[in-house]
Design a protein around this ligand. Structure first.
Ligand code: PHE
Ligand code: FE
Length: 287
């Protein structure tokens, strides 16, 4: 999600989409994707939610090279009715929300440079496609993303996008899920990051706290470091049910009058899986 007063780049359509330009990727760029893919595929075995891994599989994302969005969209369309469309970089919030509400995921078409393997500011095609697209093959998560887009358009009109953005951040980007007593990762910002894949699950430093919609929407986050708190959902069905059932209109009004929480806060009411140990400083390298 981007800045409110951005100018649309020349060459982008009114909905900000561009041609992916797949034929313009160099062999070195495809090789960089393959390297990142192999490294993450190995890292995620036993760490990522099976729904994510199933998505990689059913979308045949293990094929060599940067995926062609048209092929990916054909497969996704048959599974859940989603498409992947290319954009030049971050787009304004309302553009982003409108695409999601129409079951289109906007992805950057560029790939990081070799010196950015472990750190980059703007999401590239590896983060956007490897990180986000596999779960769009899951019918429940696919519905959640569309509902989030519709909710975003509504929030924009109410001027409360920042509150709703926390929901995206702590689920779509940095969510954990509990399975048979163990935690797994599913957030795109985690699964696309070599360092954070391990940190989010195994490091004693961050808090891991049970998902609580109201609590989460009052919690600030950092964009330039590994997270200090991860929220753990019980299932994708539960996440979808809770967010669909709740009318966010009254919720925004209610939350506007309540305190907000620092990224590392732990509250007496929290369902704590792990209380973060401040003695372990978090490395400053997001993915
Ligand atoms: N139920 C929310 C609303 O009333 C919309 C929403 C659904 C938001 C799912 C996020 C996720 O605005
Ligand atoms: Fe992302």
């Amino acid at each position: 999600m981007g800045e409110p007063l951005q100018a649309r780049p020349a060459g982008a359509a009114p909905d900000w989409t561009i041609d992916q330009g797949w034929e313009h990727y160099t062999p070195a760029e495809h090789a960089l994707w393959d390297h990142l893919f192999a490294r993450q595929a190995a890292m995620l075995r036993g760490r990522a939610a099976p729904e994510f891994l199933a998505g990689l599989d059913v979308l045949r994302m293990d094929r060599p090279g940067i995926p062609n969005f048209a092929d990916l969209s054909d497969r996704l369309m048959g599974l859940t009715g989603w498409q992947v469309v290319a954009v030049p970089g971050l787009v304004p919030d309302e553009v982003f929300f409108a695409h999601l509400a129409e079951r289109r995921f906007v992805a950057g078409n560029f790939i990081r440079t070799p010196d950015q393997i472990d750190y980059l500011q703007e999401p590239d095609v590896f983060h956007d496609v490897f990180g986000h697209v596999p779960l769009l093959a899951n019918p429940v998560f696919a519905d959640y993303m569309q509902a989030y887009g519709a909710g975003g358009l509504r929030a924009g009109g109410l001027g409360v996008t920042a509150m709703l953005a926390r929901l995206y951040w702590y689920t779509v980007e940095f969510g954990l899920i509990a399975r048979d007593g163990a935690l797994q990762i599913y957030g795109a910002g985690i699964v696309s990051s070599y360092g954070e894949s391990r940190y989010a699950l195994e490091d004693p430093a961050p808090n891991r706290i049970g998902f609580d919609l109201r609590r989460l929407m009052r919690t600030h986050y950092k964009i330039d470091a590994y997270q200090q708190t991860y929220f753990v959902i019980d299932s994708f069905e539960d996440l979808l049910r809770q967010t669909l059932e709740t009318d966010f209109g009254p919720l925004y009004a209610e939350l506007a009058d309540t305190p907000e929480y620092a990224p590392d806060a732990v509250l007496p009411s929290d369902r704590v899986y792990n209380r973060g140990q401040a003695a372990h400083p978090s490395p400053s390298s997001p993915g």
